[in-house]
Ligand binder design. Sequence first.
Ligand code: EPU
Length: 337
Amino acid sequence: MEILENFNLKHFNTFHVSAHGRYFVNATDLTCLRDALAFANKKEIPFMLIGQGSNLLFKEDYPGLIIEINVRGRKLIREDDDTYFVKARCGENWHAFVQWCLDNKFYGLENLSLIPGTIGAAPVQNIGAYGVELCDVMVSLDALEIATGELKTFTNAECDFSYRNSVFKQGLKDQYVIYSVTFGLSKKPVINIRYAALAKALEGMSLDALTPELVSKTVCDIRRSKLPNPQRLGNAGSFFWNPEISLENYTLLQEEHPGIVGYPTADKVKLAAAWLIEQAGWKGYREGDVGVHEDHALVLVNYGQATGAELVDLSRRIQASVKEKYGIELMPEVRII
Ligand code: EPU
């Protein structure tokens, strides 16, 4: 295991901000992962796991060990009449895995096409897009218990998933490293186009023409049309969560702001944070190298040499103005380190 010192993380976060990790290791297998955790423990320094850095923002240098999770491998482990059970290790690229499943006719991940990041990061925040969340297709996962170095299996229910949330962000935060994830994928094509933007893009298609491949392609097209490619423009997707409020509050807000965009969930209403930010005047805003993307108000961008601190400062100003205009607290979805 090679430990690097004072390592620049610019290429390990999709915001492409410069920040240094005191130590850095590329963990390519379970032994390496265990050794890296033992190193941090022995040195009594903090550690941080990093996949592709697609959901984090370094606002300063990191004083501990950065562990790049790079454990690869994916395979079909069993099947029954209806389902393929497919296992992928934590360092696999999410979108490449989705494409590989599609190529093999393992269906159910199409709506989650083109999400940046790795398999290991996906369950932690229960990634979701275009009407499907990871929890809809995940059977179980294996996670490394940091305190003991043992692998433990969690069922879907034990992960306690909800919107962009899981037990690994709550009660078990910082206690486990996700090692592999097992998915239950359908043998028959699954078409889910309930999400309004997806339904609209596929309007008028005959049922026969609606294939999982087409759904995946359409999701990719929609994402490309409004979310900037992090390889070209530094960003981490949605910067804030969509806030959930009570139906009563929503009705009151609607009276004052008739155009407000909200989607009913089980017992609440999920507001489109992008609408709040756009209406507060931020869409397309730019100051120096930080800004709010011109095609999507929920995406903060680094136009070149922005620092993490500048992006955090912009995010706070957006929060304050949305709070002032609508009384709504926006919470960052991106992990700020
Ligand atoms: N809208 C605006 N202005 C904008 C953009 C959107 O007013 O600049 C309004 C529109 O009314 C639009 C609505 O907001 O209909 C929702 O926009 P969109 O469909 O783009 O979805 P979102 O709520 O902004 C969420 C996820 C995305 C995911 C999409 C599609 C969160 C925090 N974000 O965005 O996830 O791709 O839905 O399912 O839940 C990510 O997590 O990084 C991410 C990109």
